[in-house]
Design a protein around this ligand. Structure first.
Ligand code: HEC
Length: 125
């Protein structure tokens, strides 16, 4: 085989290998903004986050806030950890953010959901 042709093939293979490596870094799925009129459900979408991240392991009703399904809403509202329509003033939102240093953290899509829920009025729905 012609040496030049062989070099060409090797170069092409290297280029393909490099090209195929691009964009393979892991991108965490980001929750798209909800369609207008959509409402985030506290019981179906927010409470499960606290179970998924095992927040309830440390906040089971003994230590405050109580994040178990039956008590979470009363607990976070009574303790002033959620301020309707103001995520940045809501400790339940900003305390466990992905770039914070609480014991457990939300993923960015979980944080987005909680933000929507608060912006929508933090309803017990
Ligand atoms: C390893 C145990 C542990 C885990 C897991 C944990 N927490 Fe906590 N959390 C604590 C402790 C201890 C405190 C009180 C000390 C402090 O403020 O850091 C606290 C405080 C908080 C506060 C502030 C309460 C207040 O009255 O100021 C919030 C909000 C909170 N946690 C939410 C969460 C959420 C949401 C998760 C899950 C993403 C979570 N925590 C996971 C132990 C934990």
């Amino acid at each position: 085989m012609n040496k030049l042709l062989l070099n060409g093939i090797i170069m092409a293979l290297i280029m393909m290998a490099i090209a195929s490596c691009q964009y393979k870094f892991i991108v965490e799925p980001v929750t798209p903004p909800p369609p207008p009129g959509d409402t985030t459900s506290f019981s179906l979408e927010i409470v499960p986050i606290w179970e998924e991240q095992n927040c309830t392991g440390c906040h089971p009703g003994v230590s405050q806030p109580d994040l178990t399904a039956d008590n979470a809403y009363n607990s976070i509202t009574q303790l002033g950890l959620v301020v309707a329509e103001d995520p940045d003033a809501s400790k339940i939102y900003f305390y466990p953010l992905p770039d914070g240093n609480h014991f457990a953290k939300y993923t960015s899509s979980q944080a987005a959901l909680i933000k929507y829920w608060i912006e929508e009025g933090a309803k017990n729905n």
